[in-house]
Design a protein. Sequence first.
Length: 519
Amino acid sequence: MKIARGDEAVMDAEAPIEPAAAAASVALLPAIPYPFARRFGVVFDGNAEKSIVAMREGGDPKVLIELRRHLGRPFDVEFVSAEAFDKLLSDRYAMDGQAAAMAAGNLGLDGDLDLLATDLPTAEDLLDSADDAPAIRLINGVIADAARNGVSDIHIEPYETGLVIRMRIDGVLRETLRMPPHVAPVVVSRIKVMARMDIAERRVPQDGRIGLTLGGKLLDVRVSTLPSRAGERVVLRILDKDNAGIDLEQLGMPAATDKVVRGAIAEPNGIVLVTGPTGSGKTTTLYAALRLLNDDSRNILTVEDPVEYAVEGVGQTQVNAKVGLTFAAGLRAILRQDPDVVMVGEIRDRETAEIAVQASLTGHLVLSTVHTNDSLGAITRMRDMKVEPFLLASTLRAVIAQRLVRRLCPECRKPVAAGNSLAGLLGIEADAVVYEPGGCPECNHTGFKGRIGVFEAIRIDETMRRLINDGADEGVIARHAFARADTLAIAARQLVRDGVTTPEEAVRVSRAEMAEVDG
């Protein structure tokens, strides 16, 4: 057996090779039990041609001797970082869609469904559960598969004809499983128990949380139930805590937009707003800004609904309307905690807007979100909430609007001519090359892999302050704001020209802006 770290051999021991060594190395995968792999930091990372075991840096090499004895075949060793090892562990051991489908097929065939509903998984790690109850295996498999494939939401929908499970991948819902209708109460009850909800109450909506780990990766699953005609609908939102560590550089902002954002959050006081619809990545952008500001020299406090990611060094408060802790009440309270930077999850009403303005006037930097279609809409929305124009003009520092578009898979995208209709819409030549989705195993035959942000950002300069203070029309403000900055439509068109996304995706996220420009 030869165990090597790169080109340098760290152990060299000869041992007879059993006939099993001729088997495909893929067979190594189930041969390393998950608890052993996680505890000792070893995981199979080879292919059909080569047997490779990845070992976590700092692991005990003596484990490899026992692993060689257990497997009965030689292998090479590569040392990987702890972060890379955790990703490998999740990828290699998470139940895939086939395994989840098999679990679903077995659900209800083992006799008493009520008995299945009372069997609780006691393991903290999904992949470490040794319980073979079909309901547990189904839920574990679905969540593990969703987390591995970058799913943001899992929809569990009961109908008279069956229970449907759909997953939102890159912003688009796809059906992944369909089961008999009689399994719906079992699945819903299991999830409600895991989320510490009242399983006896089926008449009112409920919210809960499930904290899970997947091969060392922390997941926070938000659970929402809603009574419907055929039973309770459940939506699981998967929050990957690794996203809390995203920096501004990783957001993919154009250089001009990045400069606006960095300049705004470098101000000692004022308001910075991020706008966009639900699911457009506003919270991720705010957390990236907080990460840049979180340098131990500032007191950073947030009030959120809910707290999506835990950030070390930031004081985070959860809104709780039942006890009167609203955004306004939470913001008022944290201003007495000597903050330097305040993040408010969302400015929803006049009271919150007024407190945010007062906080910025008293020397605080306030970051928040507003639900509007574009950056200029945020100014109009603040006016609608009765914020005085002169106060808005003196406190607002920047407004960033954003959307998410699906990114074309670089392995299988196909070039095509734009054609007259697309060329007119995108403002390019008819014979210009754009790209359309193909389909390959790398992107699960969807043609898309991941998403990328589309941004527009306006900096509030002296001219803009004067326009806001004078109550200028939105069109007048727009002409000044975008004289030297790109709108969402222009930013989306650029992504199409660069072959990053499709014309259809660009139109989907900026249809109104494109129509306005073309008109």
